[in-house]
Write a protein that binds this ligand. Structure first.
Ligand code: ADP
Ligand code: MG
Length: 378
């Protein structure tokens, strides 16, 4: 049985050898009748036309407007699977408002249009059923945190769907990383059990209801906050005395557009600036990682501190650069592509690349508990 379990584990194990460090970039161009972007044959490069000049970019993958949600998911399913195998995995979507970040991450509520988040959770749950037959014991739980104006909000808090002030986390030091540098835990945020597809779906819809949305000049329902969904995975296999922990982080970032472009009103300026601050903090982290400096400024924003285990160390990160190809957005698209090109050149600082969080013998690597856990499902 132990050998079979190990064989299954290996089979499920992400065989995707690191292409280039642990940070990869996929670009996705959404459909639009008039397009300033040409996706080139081969599926790894594109050309953007701005003021008659052509700008060329290459990424690990480029998905054209005809790419389905299933095809996008297929390209990340092995990466998702590796969270189950003891890695810290992070997928996030970057781009201006209206570029397709939320469509990529959450999608719409039909099987065809489902985004990465429900597909990833369902795949993990299906694999857990198989692994349980191989005598693995898996425990899954999830948190969903909004980062808005550099403050945190628990999207799974009671009443967060109707009251914007519900779930606000006031503790400035709420973000903790466990001793092994593994999981991020947000003290005071609910972490709810994910036992089956129904509990997962209920949790995700609760979080999306709670997500702050407000109109800007760019999009009727522009999201000006970052939404971080964290799935915690702990597993044990008694026969081989093996324990592992992994996590899957799915992040729908705030719009990357600059203040002048979104033409927000004065009263909203503070928020718009703050969004740009945390995105530039993310850029600073990537810059530090790629220059291999010893100091990486994770602590400069709540967003980067939350994502630290995935971004540096031994995690695996995949960034989607979402592009709206309408000609009026070409300047903004150029900014997004330049940011993505910088990230694409990054390697994480840790020697040896991504690492499984697995131990043989001893006690299970228990997840740190939070006060919210102790209080019940919340
Ligand atoms: P963002 O979250 O970046 O602001 P959205 O994901 O809300 O952008 O996308 C803006 C609009 O475009 C939505 O109506 C969405 O359904 C649609 N859309 C985005 N990407 C695609 C795509 N690949 N295929 C079809 N529709 C898309
Ligand atoms: Mg959105």
């Amino acid at each position: 049985a132990a050998a079979a379990a190990e064989a299954t584990r290996r089979q499920l194990h992400n065989q995707m050898v690191e292409l280039r460090g642990n940070i990869r970039v996929f670009c996705r161009v959404r459909p639009h009748p008039a397009s300033s972007v040409r996706c080139l044959a081969g599926g790894t490069s594109l050309a953007l036309t701005l003021d008659g000049k052509e700008h060329n970019f290459s990424f690990d993958k480029v998905f054209g407007p005809g790419t389905s949600q299933q095809q996008v998911f297929d390209s990340v399913s092995e990466l998702v699977q590796s969270a189950l195998d003891g890695y810290h995995v992070c997928l996030f979507s970057y781009g201006q408002t209206g570029a397709g970040k939320t469509y990529t991450m959450s999608g719409a509520n039909t099987p065809e249009h489902q985004g990465l988040m429900p597909r990833a959770v369902n795949q993990i749950l299906e694999s857990v059923v198989q692994l349980t037959e191989q005598e693995w014991q898996y425990t899954l739980s999830a948190s969903c945190i909004e980062v808005y104006n550099n403050t945190l909000r628990d999207l799974l808090a009671e009443g967060a769907g109707s009251k914007p002030e519900a779930g606000r986390i006031n503790d400035a030091n709420a973000i903790k990383h466990d001793a092994a540098g593994g999981h991020t835990v947000v003290i005071g945020a609910n972490r709810l059990p994910v036992s089956d597809a129904a509990s997962a779906a209920a949790l995700m819809s609760r979080a999306s209801e709670a997500r702050a949305c407000e109109a800007t000049a760019m999009n009727a329902v522009s999201s000006r906050s970052h939404c971080v969904f964290m799935l915690y995975i702990a597993a044990s296999h008694a026969a081989t005395n093996t324990h592992l922990t992994g996590s899957l982080c799915l992040v729908d970032l705030a719009g990357s557009e600059r203040l002048d472009r979104s033409m927000v009103e004065d009263m909203r300026k503070r928020e718009a600036c703050s969004i740009n601050q945390s995105l530039s903090a993310l850029g600073d982290v990537f810059a530090a990682l790629s220059s291999k400096t010893s100091h990486v400024p994770y602590r400069n924003s709540k967003l980067t501190y939350l994502l630290q285990p995935c971004l540096g160390g031994h995690g695996k990160t995949l960034m989607f650069c979402n592009i709206n190809p309408e000609p009026a957005s070409a300047q903004e698209s150029l900014c997004s592509l330049k940011f993505a090109a910088k990230v694409n050149g990054c390697e994480t600082a840790a020697k040896g690349g991504a690492k499984r969080n697995v131990t043989q013998g001893g006690a299970p690597a228990a997840l740190p508990s939070t006060p919210a856990d102790a209080a019940g499902s919340g």
